[in-house]
Every structure is written in C-alpha cells, then in structure tokens.
Design a protein around this ligand. Structure first.
Ligand code: TA6
Length: 297
C-alpha cells in the first residue's frame, strides 16, 4: 500500500495525464486528463466520481451534499455495492452497512496503464472472504470490471452492484429502453412486489426502485441533453433502476432536496435470486461498458 502521495505519483503518475492528489475531505484521488476524456476516481471505495468524454457534458451525477469521510459512502458517481446489496446483510453481521463494505473501505491502486481505448486504473481490496479488483478504463467509453475471487476454503456467496448515478436533464423527460417485458421486484416503500414491465420503455412519474431480472443492454434516452447513454454488461443478471423522487430525497442527509430531477441510477448488478456463489478459489467477473450517442431533441 503506498504510504504517501509523492510515492504514488512516482510509481503511477504520468505527466499531464494521470496524477494523484488529496481531493474532497483529504481523501486521495486520481485525476485523469486525456484527449478523449477527463475523469476522477477516489481510493476511498474505489469510487469513480467523474467521467466526461470530450465534447459531452458530465455523465456521472454527484450530489452537492455528498460526504467525503473515511467511514461514509460518497453520494453519486459509481458506488461499488459489495458483498451485499441494500440491507441484505448476513445474519452474522446484523449491523453491517447498507450496500456492504466495499464503498467505505480504502482500496489500493495497483496498476495504471495507457491503452488504445483509454487510461486504465486498477484497484484492489480484501473484503473477507473475497479478494476484489476494480478495473476502470476511461476514454470515449467508460469500461468497468469488478473481479471477485473466493479466497476461502468453503463456498461463499455475494451480491454486487456498480450503482451508477447518471446525470439527466429532467427525470420526467427521460425513458429507459431494453427492459421491456422483463420481470422485476418493486421495492418502493420497503416492500417487495413481483411485477412485470410491459412492452413500453420505463418512464418516471414517482419514486422508482426496481430490480429487473435482465442481462440486456439498456439505453437511457435524454432528449433534454440531446443524448442517449447505453449500458452494455456481462456477468450481470440484475439491473436496478432508481430515482428517489421527493420524499426519499428529503430523507437522505447527503442528497439535496431538489437534486432528484437531475439524476437516474441504472445499476449493473447481481442481487437477490441472482446472488453469486463461488467455490473455493473461483473467480467471477462483472463488466459494464457505458457509451454516449447524440440524439435530436
Ligand atoms: O439502488 C437502489 C437502492 O437500493 C435504493 O433502495 C436506495 O436505498 C439506494 O440504493 C441508495 O442506497 P444508499 O445506502 O446509498 O442510500
């Protein structure tokens, strides 16, 4: 583990491309600037907070009220939910945090490399009994890969999500395509209602909190920003769609009361019935590739 920023910069820094510095709250972060994009990723939670491809608006949404504290999650960007999702903590850890430990742990930068499709950073962490790696490639696309290895001598089960917050112009004017006719669990209000999406795309008129059983590519159409965002994935059987709307936004101290119209979460996940069980020594990979296209208003 690098003990100080000068050492980290000597080891991985690339002049005018990749540097490491103290960000919000003094938490260490990598800043990436290439001809294709700018990006920012924190060591805390291996948390990608910004990705803006050249010629586009910022793609990831961040709350102006986010915490940047060593024992709290960052609100926005791409929180890594692991080794459980939401409140699905194991009986052995009844006080475990919402969405598990990965997003409130300090990860370690272990690799930085310039590739054809962008700048790749790799971070690692041990979250017993798992060894985890998070590789993020930022260019004109965003590629994320969560690799989980069962380092124990018995089978182990986990849930995971790349809980991606997207910037949208106005949630009421956005539609989500690719989940038509898919089964989902509606968890608004803490319930669990088994539902099925009809043949229409998803549109938003109230708090929305749904876990879809789907491996499909999803597209967010945002006429207000004249763009669509496509999320392709592998190794993921769940897609979570979330907007907190009015009341839930007010109930979160790290989420501005008026921020909900400008964000939408579409999360690449394995949760609930799609939790992953690994034999000793086995490895699972989940990837998401996010790309943008311009669309007429
Ligand atoms: O992904 C949807 C969800 O599970 C919602 O139920 C809501 O709780 C959201 O995650 C944020 O959770 P957090 O623990 O980050 O406040």
């Amino acid at each position: 583990m690098h003990t100080d920023l000068p050492t980290l910069n000597r080891h991985f820094g690339i002049e005018d491309v990749l540097s490491f510095s103290a960000g919000e709250g003094g938490l260490w972060r990598a800043l990436i600037t290439t001809d294709k994009c700018t990006a920012e990723i924190y060591r805390h939670g291996a948390h990608l907070t910004r990705w803006r491809p050249d010629g586009h608006d910022e793609v990831l949404w961040m709350s102006a009220k986010s915490n940047f504290l060593y024992d709290m999650p960052i609100r926005g960007g791409v929180p890594i939910c692991f080794p459980w999702f939401g409140g699905n903590k194991p009986a052995s850890d009844p006080q475990g945090p919402s969405h598990g430990y990965a997003r409130i742990r300090t990860w370690e930068f272990i690799e930085a490399r310039q590739e054809q499709d962008g700048m790749t950073l790799v971070l690692r962490n041990t979250i017993e009994p798992f060894e985890t790696k998070f590789a993020v490639t930022v260019g004109d696309k965003l590629k994320m890969k969560l690799t989980v290895t069962n380092a124990s001598k018995t089978t182990a089960t986990f849930e995971a999500a790349l809980h991606t917050y997207f910037t949208v112009s106005q949630i009421r004017g956005v539609s989500v395509h690719g989940l038509e006719n898919a089964d989902y669990i509606d968890t608004v209000g803490g319930g669990r209602r088994e539902m099925k999406q009809d043949h229409n795309p998803i549109t938003f008129t109230a708090e929305t909190d749904r876990t879809y059983a789907s491996t499909a590519t999803v597209r967010i159409d945002d006429p207000g920003l004249s763009r669509s965002i496509t999320i392709e994935k592998t190794g993921s059987n769940s897609t979570v769609v979330w907007n907190p709307w009015v009341d839930k936004s007010k109930a979160m101290s790290d989420f501005g009361d008026e921020e909900w119209p400008g964000m939408l979460c579409v999360e690449t996940a394995n949760c609930g019935a799609n939790a992953v069980t690994l034999e000793p020594g086995a490895t699972h990979e989940m990837t998401a590739v996010i790309s943008l296209a311009r669309r007429s208003k």
